[in-house]
Ligand binder design. Structure first.
Ligand code: COA
Length: 165
C-alpha cells in the first residue's frame, strides 16, 4: 500500500469536508438536529477551520495523504526556522490503525533529525493519539487547557538539554 503526499488542490474540498465531518461524527450523533442542520453546521465549522489554517499558517504545507493514489487523510505541517509544527494529521476512520500515521510521522522525524529541529504538536489530553506520539518519542512539555503541547527532539539533543537544566 504505497502512501504518498501531494499538495491539496481546490478539487479536494469535498474530500476534505468529508474527512472533517468524520472527526465530528460522534458529537453530531448526540445533537437533536436533522441532516440538513448537521450539514450546515459542519460546513460552517469546516470553512472556519480551513480559513484559519490557511491564513494563520500561510507558509505551511497542506497535503492530502494518498493510499494507492486514493485520498485517505490530510497532513498539515509548518516548517519554521526553529521548529517543525504539525498543525494536523487526520486519517479517515476506515483507514486508521494500519500504520499510515506511524509511517508519515516517522518520515517527518527523520527530516527533523536531519534539519536539527524539534517537532511539536498540540493534542487533546484525552485523544488516543497521545499513545502514538509517546510511542514515537514525543513528550508532553506543557498542558494548555484541554491540550498537551507535545515535543519530539532527536535523542542526542534531548540528552544535552537535560544536562543543561
Ligand atoms: C492519529 C492518527 C492520524 C494516527 O494514524 P493511524 O494511521 O491510525 O496510526 P497508526 O496505525 O500508525 O497507529 C495507531 C495509533 O493511532 C492512534 N489512533 C487510532 N485510532 C485513533 C482515533 N480514532 N483517534 C485518535 N487516535 C487514534 C492510537 O494512538 C493508535 O495506537 P494504539 O494502537 O496504541 O491505540 C489517526 O488515528 C487519526 O486520524 N485520528 C483522528 C484525528 C486525530 O486524533 N489526529 C491527531 C491529532 S491532530
Amino acid at each position: 500500500m504505497p502512501i504518498t503526499l501531494r499538495d491539496t488542490v481546490a478539487e479536494d474540498e469535498s474530500f476534505l469536508f468529508e474527512l472533517y465531518a468524520s472527526t465530528r461524527a460522534e458529537e453530531m450523533a448526540l445533537v437533536p438536529w436533522n441532516d440538513e442542520q448537521r450539514k450546515a453546521f459542519l460546513t460552517m465549522q469546516f470553512s472556519a477551520q480551513d480559513s484559519y489554517y490557511r491564513e494563520r499558517f500561510s507558509d505551511a504545507g497542506f497535503s492530502v495523504i494518498l493510499r494507492d493514489d486514493l485520498p485517505v487523510g490530510r497532513f498539515y505541517v509548518l516548517r519554521d526556522k526553529d521548529e517543525i509544527r504539525i498543525l494536523d494529521i487526520t486519517i479517515l476512520p476506515a483507514s486508521r490503525s494500519n500504520g499510515i500515521g506511524t509511517a508519515l510521522l516517522s518520515e517527518l522525524l527523520t527530516e527533523a533529525m536531519e534539519s536539527r529541529k524539534p517537532v511539536r504538536i498540540h493534542v487533546e489530553t484525552f485523544n488516543p493519539s497521545v499513545r502514538l506520539f509517546e510511542r514515537l518519542g514525543f513528550k508532553s512539555i506543557a498542558e494548555e487547557g484541554f491540550n498537551f503541547l507535545m515535543e519530539w527532539r532527536a535523542e542526542k539533543e534531548a540528552r544535552a538539554g537535560e544536562k543543561r537544566c
